[in-house]
Design a protein around this ligand. Structure first.
Ligand code: SF4
Length: 94
C-alpha cells in the first residue's frame, strides 16, 4: 500500500512512456560527478524529447533538486530556477 500511495503522490506520470531516455545508460542521467559537463549526453537527448516540459515539471513538483537530469536541466540549473542559493552560500550542503 505504501508504494501505491507514493506512486499516487507523484501525480500523472503517463508521459514517462514517451521518455527518450528509457533505453539509455542510467549513468548519463545520474553521473557520479555533478559537474555540468557530466550531463552532456543527457542534455543532447533531452533536447529532442517530446515530454521535456512534463519531465521538468515533475522534477520541480517532487523537489528533485540534487540528482539527475530532468527536462534538460541539471540539478544546479533547477536550483537556480527555484531561487535556491549556490552551494557555496548554503554552507557546504548539497
Ligand atoms: S526530458 Fe530528458 S530526462 Fe526527461 S524524459 Fe525526456 S529524455 Fe528523459
Amino acid at each position: 500500500m505504501t508504494h501505491v500511495a507514493r506512486l499516487k503522490d507523484l501525480g500523472d506520470v503517463d508521459w514517462m512512456r514517451e521518455a527518450l531516455c528509457q533505453s539509455t545508460p542510467i549513468v548519463w542521467w545520474f553521473p557520479e560527478s555533478n559537474k555540468a559537463n557530466a550531463y552532456n549526453h543527457a542534455r543532447q537527448i533531452c533536447k529532442r524529447c517530446d515530454v521535456r516540459e512534463e519531465c521538468l515539471e515533475f522534477a520541480l513538483r517532487t523537489n528533485e533538486r540534487w540528482w539527475g537530469m530532468y527536462g534538460g536541466k541539471t540539478p544546479q540549473e533547477r536550483r537556480v530556477m527555484i531561487g535556491m542559493k549556490p552551494r557555496r552560500q548554503l554552507g557546504g550542503l548539497g
